[in-house]
Design a protein around this ligand. Structure first.
Ligand code: NAI
Length: 333
């Protein structure tokens, strides 16, 4: 086998969309040995921990993982496996390309922007404690090191992909120290990349501008919590959560995953849209330098969308997950 990839099927619709993507990648002719590992509630039941050491070792060894969504209990229970995984492997850059697909009903069919989200700090790190009963404190940690590292990642990415402008979203008018530091680091790094326009916007205004005139954005650089919220907003601009891919990248490896969650409301019915995880799989193929297979898979997927005959329910069709996969695979033959 040419590649060994860690596979985390996940919860809810995770196993359905993950097995579909595995089938499509194999049909594209990429030789992969998949090492399947469990995380979250399934792992807790089997191994007594939500993030088994074998899983982390597998990703460190293989340097790459494909991951389905994992259910996180709200307000109680174990802490997020996604956050744990990003911390344990220092996957500091979260990349979310937002591109409209042909024939998908959406507000902005021409939209093509990329969100670069800092993945390790800010309120999203979930550092919280009870000060006294009835009072909790949640810590927003922002460091110069992490802010500089993610800004540099955004500029390097933009240079490599021929992107022209980066907009840093922040609330430095109110959080002068924390968001102020994030913005300062962005501005400092920007001086090293004069060919790329460096812009910034206060995050609430940026959200309104995204809804009204999203074409003004090219790459958006955001701290962790803003990035989490804005990437779902952007998914909505192009037709929903079932479509948008994501990659978590660090020096030790990369984990490719969909932006959506485990969708418990439709789990087990065979109707989930696998496009988001498939697009993450395509990003993964490029990361593995399987460019030809990535192009072939992407072209087949775009053809199926362009024809508009086979579409899953979330985007107005009637096709089941497997029928959608069959249509893509038949285009690759
Ligand atoms: P969700 O993304 O699971 O679902 C929101 C809505 O979008 C639902 O109506 C669902 O049916 C629909 N949807 C999502 N993905 C779809 C797909 N591929 N095809 C068709 N429809 C799709 O968000 P929700 O309900 O807030 O979260 C459910 C669980 O997922 C929670 O436990 C949450 O913590 C977890 N989650 C995990 C993530 C991850 O592992 N990366 C990311 C986001 C949420």
């Amino acid at each position: 086998m040419k590649h060994t990839i860690t596979l985390i099927p996940g919860d809810g619709i995770g196993p359905e969309v993950a097995s579909t993507v595995v089938r499509i990648i194999e049909a594209a002719g990429v030789e992969v040995a998949w090492e399947t590992h469990y995380a979250g509630a399934q792992a807790l039941e089997k191994f007594g921990t939500t993030l088994p050491p074998e899983l982390l070792e597998s990703i460190k060894r293989n340097k790459v993982a494909l991951k389905g969504p994992i259910t996180t209990p709200i307000g109680k229970g174990f802490t997020s496996v996604n956050v744990g995984l990003r911390k344990a492997l220092d996957l500091y850059a979260n990349l979310r390309p937002i591109r409209a697909l042909p024939n998908v009903p959406c507000r902005y069919p021409e939209l093509n922007l990329v969100i670069v989200r800092e993945n390790t700090e800010s309120l999203y790190a979930g550092l919280e404690h009870v000060v006294v009963p009835g009072v909790v404190e949640s810590l927003k940690i922002i460091t110069e090191k992490a802010s500089t590292r993610i800004a540099r990642y955004a500029f390097e990415y933009s240079r490599r992909e021929g992107r022209k402008k980066i907009t840093c979203g922040h609330k430095a008018n109110i959080m002068k120290l924390s968001d102020g530091l994030f913005l300062d680091c962005f501005r400092k790094v920007a001086t090293e990349y004069p060919e790329i326009e460096a812009d910034d916007k206060i995050i609430d205004n940026a959200c309104m501008q995204l809804v009204m005139r999203p074409e003004q954005f090219d790459v958006m650089l955001l701290e962790n919590l803003y990035g989490d919220i804005v990437s779902d907003l952007c998914a909505g601009l192009i037709g929903g959560l079932g479509l948008v891919p994501g990659a978590n990248i660090g020096e030790l490896g990369a984990v490719f995953e969909a932006v959506h969650g485990s969708a418990p409301d439709i789990a087990g019915q065979g109707i989930a849209n696998p496009t988001a995880l498939l697009q993450s799989g395509i990003l993964m193929l490029r990361y593995l330098d399987e460019r030809e297979a990535a192009e072939r898979t992407e072209k087949a997927m775009l053809n199926v969308f362009a024809e508009g005959k086979v579409r899953t329910r979330d985007i107005g069709g009637t096709a089941r997950t497997s029928e959608f996969a069959d249509a893509i695979i038949s285009k690759m033959k």
